[in-house]
Write a protein that binds this ligand. Structure first.
Ligand code: CUA
Length: 325
């Protein structure tokens, strides 16, 4: 029993050291903080209940029924088994209920539409006048403001979750859901789809970059612009490979003939922190791996595998895409 107790204690200590860019235990936003407070209070409540039940259990195993006075037995059963848990659980319920609406707080005016695809994120920043800036697999938010997230899904249910910034919200085909986030600390926080959505559910992640308001404004203005034209001979060759292989039928690159809507927008892919929705980094090797082995890296992905490209064509395509900044 001592060994088991030590093992449990070690587990608790391990969990308590959870921190970092994808942790509910290291809140970086108002909403995550309320989830964290709720979890702490619930945890303490659960410990009190557990100790109470454990104490009753030990007491019950130590005493012979005929030795226990009837009144004591009634008190233990009614008090410990009914009144105390009902009071404690009611208290926890009353404490937690007001938080249900907390995640749906109206935004400050800034809205981002996020659509869950199989297995990536379509991200559209709403501008005044119904204009939208399209991006993918990365969410940027200003610190100190509350941004609304209008959530949709294409084929199956997904769930939007950035643990360090707030709770999760289901994304349901045919039904728009809403949540808002108010980050308080600049940084990069990992988001992850939190609802099983098929073969590559585990590979459906994204980075949330929380920026100072002035940096965010500068970034948004840049993001709204068209793609920069390829500058080097290799990148120009890459643009030709992109056109020849028909990549523009699925992907859009603003300012070019590529206007596909099936896959992620690539207009500024050279500035993003990850490839394939948080699956790979963004080195030239990562780009080449993705283009040459997409189906091996991400099971059942819609992206075809371009393993037949010559090394020179592949390198040119990588140079073109990396240059889209
Ligand atoms: Cu999308 Cu799981």
């Amino acid at each position: 029993p001592l060994n088991r107790a030590l093992a449990i204690l070690a587990g608790v200590l391990l969990l308590s050291s959870c921190a970092g860019r994808q942790s509910v235990l290291d809140p970086a936003g108002i909403d995550a903080l309320s989830v964290y407070d709720l979890a702490r209070v619930m945890f303490i409540g659960a410990i009190v209940l557990w100790l109470m039940v454990g104490a009753l259990f030990i007491y019950a195993t130590r005493i012979r029924p005929q030795e226990m006075p009837r009144r004591t037995a009634e008190m233990v059963i009614i008090g410990g088994g009914l009144v105390f848990p009902v009071l404690l659980l009611s208290g926890l319920l009353v404490y937690s209920l007001p938080m249900m609406g907390a995640q749906r707080v109206a935004d400050d005016g800034m809205r981002v539409h996020v659509t869950a695809e199989q297995w990536w994120w379509r991200v559209e920043y709403e501008l005044p006048g119904d204009e939208r800036i399209v991006s993918a697999n990365e969410l940027r938010l200003p610190v100190g403001a509350r941004t609304g997230l209008v959530l949709n899904a294409k084929k199956v249910i997904h769930s939007f979750w950035v643990p360090a910034l707030g709770g999760k919200t289901d994304m349901i085909p045919g039904r728009e859901t809403f949540m808002s986030l108010a980050p308080e600390r600049p940084g990069v926080y990992r988001g992850q789809c939190a609802e099983f959505c098929g073969a590559s559910h585990a590979l459906m992640a994204f980075e949330t970059v929380v920026m100072a308001p002035q940096d965010f404004a500068v970034w948004l203005a840049a993001e709204a612009g068209d793609a920069v034209p390829p500058a080097t001979p290799q990148a120009i060759r890459g643009a030709r490979v992109f056109a020849r292989e028909g990549c523009g039928a699925c992907h859009a690159i603003r300012g070019t003939a590529a206007i596909g809507q099936v896959g992620p927008d690539l207009t500024h892919i050279g500035t993003r922190a990850s490839l394939a929705a948080g699956t790979l980094g963004t080195t030239p090797e990562d780009f080449a791996r993705w283009l040459g082995h997409a189906e091996d890296i991400k099971p059942e992905v819609a992206m075809p595998t371009y393993d037949y490209l010559s090394p020179a064509d592949l390198a040119a395509l990588v140079a073109y895409l990396k240059g889209l900044t």
